[in-house]
Write a protein that binds this ligand. Structure first.
Ligand SMILES: NCc1[nH]cc(CCC(=O)O)c1CC(=O)O
Length: 308
């Protein structure tokens, strides 16, 4: 019996590139597929309130709803945008081999980094803002929202010195400027640079197809980072960075938690044999909580509820 796998995706250039990549891989394996781009705005009516289903991620919600309504079979996401708790009935099936994980600065001349005068950097990410201010306390960070293309345009239109992006995202849509500066000191978002494919728990056909796309080391590394995030109860907008790297049967982990102004930093750096990786993300998070991270998280939750 042949069945067409309907691949749901957001309709930004980056999301479409990612969905096409999954589509090609499935077609190479002999599966028939079709791409269903879905606008991530607009209200969708369900018989149950969204919070009852555990749907929270602003980027992933629309696709979750489409899947639960039976309009798509699988969905492709940037893994860092996916809440650590998936909605009921939806499961993670494949993590593709991860791309480069780091953040980069797109700038208009990097001399300002050495200068003592204040400069302005743009980012919509609290994690990037806190880490930037930690390193450059005399700079100012302004908010920047929108998809990658929109953010690059806004950088050109404004007199900011630079804006921060995930290198993987810019590379995928071939918009990475040659002179962009790699921020090797900045700890990336949990699962940055990784793509994940989800399906319905009950959909054995799609799950079997997707299992073949899973890259084990990438699944383990992103799993540790997301477990670290989940244990801190950080959600996708907290100033939390985490990176697990697997080399020679060992996992090297770095996790950080910052205050919003970047002044406070609580970090952990550890390694462990790959065979003992289970529970490692949680153990690292507990260490951060014990070092004062619990108080910092509480302060963040209070500040955040004041903002929203
Ligand atoms: N939050 C938006 C987002 N989600 C995934 C990526 C890039 C690709 C990736 O990190 O996997 C981006 C853009 C960015 O952070 O600059």
């Amino acid at each position: 019996m042949s069945k067409i796998i309907r691949i749901g995706t957001r309709d930004s250039e980056l999301a479409l590139w990612q969905a096409h990549t999954v589509q090609h891989k499935l077609e190479e394996l002999g599966y028939d597929t079709t791409l269903i781009p879905i606008k991530s705005t607009g209200d969708q009516v369900l018989d149950k309130p969204l919070y009852e289903l555990g749907i929270t991620g602003i980027f992933t919600k629309t696709l979750d709803v489409a899947m639960l309504k039976g309009q798509i079979d699988i969905a492709v996401h940037s893994m860092k945008d996916v809440p650590t708790q998936l909605p009921k009935g939806i499961v993670q099936v494949a993590v593709l081999e991860r791309a480069i994980t780091n953040d980069i600065l797109v700038h208009k001349g990097a001399d300002f980094l050495e200068a003592e005068e204040p400069s302005t950097i743009a980012t919509g990410s609290l994690r990037r803002k806190a880490q930037w201010l930690h390193k450059y306390p005399h700079h100012q960070v302004v908010d920047l929202r929108g998809n990658v293309n929109t953010r690059l345009l806004k950088l050109i239109e404004n007199d900011w010195s630079g804006a921060i992006f995930a290198q993987a995202g810019l590379q995928r849509i071939k918009l990475l400027p040659k002179d962009a500066l790699i921020l090797d000191w900045m700890v990336p978002a949990p699962a940055q640079g990784a793509m994940v494919v989800v399906a319905q728990q009950s959909d054995d056909f799609s799950k079997e197809a997707l299992h073949k796309l899973n890259h084990s080391d990438s699944e383990i590394a992103t799993g540790i980072e997301r477990e670290f995030l989940r244990t801190l109860e950080g959600g996708c907008t907290a100033p939390i960075g985490a990176l697990a790297q697997i080399k020679d049967q060992k996992v090297y982990f770095e996790g950080v938690l910052f205050s919003l102004d970047g002044k406070e930093k609580i970090g952990v750096e550890k390694n462990i044999p790959l065979s003992k990786a289970k529970g490692f993300g949680q153990a690292c998070a507990k260490e951060v909580l014990e070092k004062g991270g619990d108080k910092l998280m509480e302060a963040l939750r209070n500040e955040n509820s004041a903002i929203h």
